[in-house]
Design a protein around this ligand. Sequence first.
Ligand code: FAD
Length: 527
Amino acid sequence: NFLSPTYLILLLITITRLISTVGKTEQWKSLLLPEISNKLREDPEAIQGASRDYGNLIHDVPAGVFVPSSVQDIATLIKLSYNNNKVGDSVPCSIAARGQRHSTKGQAMARDGVVVDMARFREGGNGVGITVGGGGGKQYYADVGGEQLWIDVLRAAMEHGLTPVSWTDYLYLTVGGTLSNAGISGQTFKYGPQITSVLEMDVITGKGESVTCSKQTNSELFYAVLGGLGQFGIITRARIALEPAPKRVKWVRFLYDDFSAFTKDQERLISINGSKQKNRLDYLEGMLLMHQGPINNWRSSFFPLADHPRIISLVTQHRVLYCLEVAKYYDDQSEVNVDKELQVLFQGLSYIPGFYYEKNVSFVEFLNRVRSGELKLQSQGLWDVPHPWLNLFIPKSQILDFDSGVFKNIIHKRNITTGPALVYPMNRNRWDNKMSASIPDEDVFYAVGFLHSSGFDNWKAYDAQNREILQFCNDAGIKYKQYLPHYRTQEGWTNHFGPKWGTFSERKHQFDPRMILSPGQRIFNNN
Ligand code: FAD
């Protein structure tokens, strides 16, 4: 509701900050070389766009928005900032790459600094683009600009019958944005997060230096940047490993009324040591169906309409149901085989008899499954609402405690959940501990995502629920990590990285010593 008091107050804050940044923009402009100063936008549309994100909760106003015409422009911008400390009172001058601004807590913003508009860089056709290479006995790969969207990486790779193996649920995110976090989905248990599919990168560091890095060359920068929350450099190119693409996907959902049985089955299915290893699934997730929310949501419509009444009646009876979602890829000819393999894999699962649903879709349709829900919400004006999300990694040994304290207590008691709630396990050995991403110290851990949508006037209730969940975890000694993390204090960040904090901050001093990059994460610029 754009006329709500909260929204009007936010608008007022934005306008006030806009006025106060005019002087800073002038200072920034005087710092820039003539050939790039005309790429700094300061019009209200650009400034307002850069002070909003998908979360719609934080509104940090930048001094300007930089639309590069080349990778060199980005390097020049950072170098000028690195070599100069005369801009305004907020020395040093901060710079944030902004991908699709799909963060939820201002992570791609730069208050009084400059936001580099990677989306416009792409849309202007000036970015690095996408090139597929390799083959002839060597690894296939795609060289992809940090500004590119994963959906376009998929399309370009599919033209060669190839595909990346690790995904996010939603594909309209930039490569630079997801590699700065991890990039997780139902494929992660098997193929690792997206950051583990990267073979090489070009990065512009906080000193404005363009560096090519990989596990072999400049490895410290390579490991720092992957999952590095934008702190060490701007990714301008990533080389992503590709594999032959399957054609079809068998997509199955089962319903459970017992959380313990649900997680036991999830864990069994992701186990990589099982005897059925060869026939393993390619994707596994899980979600809660709660009586507060619709059984189909924007992430996917799956259950046949005719079955809604009996599912709803079951949800009402149990208050919450757990939905296990799996997929197995196959090629046109092998449908009979895939059915047999699935039959074997599904033997002994403890779902509620009769609550088994399956679909057979193309590979691209499966990967792009969230898009139609997004378009529908957009057409209803419900996409750009506040999103007070909370994403956590919970160690396997504590997931039942989490269930009783959070799903069965806090969520139930507050009775406000709107939007998907995801729960699915992954294997730690598919991650690379040298990379910056921080995960629980247990072989198997769960991703739990509360993907709330709220109104402009009631997001605080969701925020309060999120804080209560974190407080519960702290009190119960649940050793969680936040995914897409957001902490308000230095202590929060130190705890988040745990034993990795020393390396993380050393790398910051090495690659971005003036603390220029991605200030919206509030790790080193915690003001
Ligand atoms: P932005 O929000 O623009 O930026 C995120 C951070 O990365 C910022 O700190 C920014 O400064 C930095 N950054 C951006 N580009 C670069 C670059 N080129 N080089 C260095 N740093 C850069 N995540 C998952 O893992 N799995 C999912 O299934 C998933 N689904 C999602 C669905 C929706 C609808 C939304 C809104 C988000 C989802 N996310 C998911 C979260 C998403 O991965 C992160 O929010 C990611 O940061 C978004 O990418 P972006 O391009 O919008 O980045």
